[in-house]
Design a protein around this ligand. Structure first.
Ligand SMILES: [Zn+2]
Ligand SMILES: [Zn+2]
Length: 264
């Protein structure tokens, strides 16, 4: 049974629903003992409708932080709550994001690289189909992890590259080796299973085996009821078991704060 989930969204990102408290209540009902919130991080410097679907707006961050921190207090002794964010790594914009996030004492970042290059004008990673773009995806994930700011990599196999292409294998191995080196668990994504998405895929799991990766199950909940979808969660366990992967239910929730200490 799932004891911990660090991949949880809130309605602030505009494509998730329900109150923050409802996620906590349903997580408890599902037997989860540690719940990390990781809504889609605001990014500063964007204009227009960029915020309308993918992420909270910068001015929503303080409400998010206050809400999660107050739930942490309210539910003390019943469930452990952590405060995180899921963020892309956009090389040009990342330094200003870090500056922006600094006062909020976010405990962890998970890397969810949904676009290449520096923003939503870059290629959506599920459209990656060439060797060149596959390498770019891997380079960007590796550069992200090497900043030392990320505690987990969400759905590394969200990238659309043909699984049978040698570049998928080659570049995914680079990502997995980097995650190993930095002691960052890689996620087996439950939303991908329940949504019949291209991830998590067998080839990715095979490569996790090859690289001795440490994996973590992430519900990627955009609705609280996702915690109760036992079939999809059990399927994730079965996939992990099939490939004999090492599983963890912990991520480093001090790494991001340490990152600031090391970089000031
Ligand atoms: Zn989302
Ligand atoms: Zn997510």
């Amino acid at each position: 049974m799932l004891k911990a989930n660090f991949h949880t969204h809130t309605e602030r990102c505009n494509h998730a629903g329900c109150s923050d408290q409802r996620y906590v209540d349903v997580a408890i009902e599902a037997g989860i003992e540690t719940l990390g919130f990781s809504d889609h991080s605001p990014y500063v410097g964007f204009e227009g409708d960029y915020y309308s679907f993918y992420r909270m707006r910068p001015e929503q961050l303080s409400d998010y932080v206050e809400s999660i921190n107050s739930l942490r207090e309210q539910y003390k002794g019943r469930i452990n709550i952590h405060l995180g964010l899921e963020a892309e790594y956009y090389p040009q914009l990342f330094p200003s994001l870090l500056e922006f996030l600094k006062p909020y004492k976010i405990e962890y970042l998970i890397l969810g690289q949904h676009f290449l290059d520096d923003d939503q004008n870059g290629l959506y990673v599920q459209r990656v189909s060439t060797e060149e773009d596959m390498k770019k995806y891997a380079d960007q994930c590796i550069e992200a992890l090497e900043t030392g700011a990320f505690s987990c990599i969400a759905h590394p196999d969200i990238v659309g590259m043909d699984r049978a292409h040698p570049a998928f294998r080659r570049e995914m191995i680079r990502i997995l080796e980097c995650a190993n080196r930095l002691d960052v668990p890689v996620e087996v994504n439950v939303l991908g299973i329940s949504g019949n998405r291209i991830y998590p895929c067998e080839e990715f799991l095979r490569l996790c085996r090859l690289c001795n990766s440490r994996v973590i199950i992430g519900v990627d909940a955009h609705l609280p009821d996702r915690f109760l979808e036992r079939e999809a969660i059990e399927k994730a366990y079965a996939m992990i078991e099939k490939y004999g992967l090492e599983i963890t239910d912990e991520i480093d929730t001090t790494r991001f704060l340490r990152y600031y200490e090391a970089n000031t």
